[in-house]
Design a protein around this ligand. Sequence first.
Ligand SMILES: [Zn+2]
Ligand SMILES: [Zn+2]
Length: 324
Amino acid sequence: MQVRYCPPAQLVAERFVNTAAPAHLGFVAPAQTQSLMQLARLQNFSSEAAFYEALGFAYHPPETREGPPRSDFPLALLETKDLKGILHAHSTYSDGKHRLEEMARACQKAGYEYLGITDHSQSAFYANGLKIAQIQAQHAEIDALNQALAPFRIFKGIEADILADGSLDYPEEVLQTFDFLIASVHANLKMDQAKATQRLLKAIAHPYTTILGHLSGRILLRREGYPLDYEAILEACAAHGVVIEINASPYRLDLDWTWVEKAREKGILLSINPDAHDMAGIADVRYGVQMARKGFLPASQTLNTLSAEALANYFEQRKRRIQM
Ligand SMILES: [Zn+2]
Ligand SMILES: [Zn+2]
């Protein structure tokens, strides 16, 4: 941590200079000869908003000061309060710490309308992945809880392992019992770019894939993501209507924020998912929101800003498309 001192009159300028990246600070606006950094220090502004306004830009909050300021700044960046529900969470059915009912009640208590529970699939044996009989038991429990907790709703999801060849690890008659499916890679991480990309492309094209989970597989400070052709992956998600998750776990933050804007430009929906393995983990969505904001994501392009009813319709439409 750094502590900086400055005279009160320079506070606005110094705060701006210390919360923006070089590409932002060095930008020279049209009709100006000096960079943003120089202009900020040239006169005393009453606020950062006043500084941006004087230059003809919308206010850029600190997390959006990575590149040059934008003249097309989206009016309403995503905020945590825009999220209506939680997708991607684990329970004691697989490797979560808390029971399904506890996870659901924790979401309800935090003000969310729904929880999309996504325990691990059967090939994730290390994470106690669900055998088919356990899926049936979980679905029966969800039906009962949906009666008890209404109008709160639990969606039947699964975090299906993407196998080495890109296929998903349940047969069709099981896959169709879920409301939605997150496809994620958990094993065989050492592939070259061509293989890793082909593997994901196959999973994206799978008719039951709703969301692509933690796309790069990275664990921050511990493991790089596998090499991927991001352009091809994003193209495929756009073509197949597959949502990309921003995994909000502070260990992952995956999709990396530098790709959020590209995804947004291609019209891909993003979902802010905590990948919660206990009740406390649900609140991790806030980190995902911060990453989304760095990529200028508006609420309107975020899947879990949908109400429970709208999301149910969305899932149904996705499934109806398969049967046609
Ligand atoms: Zn996962
Ligand atoms: Zn997970």
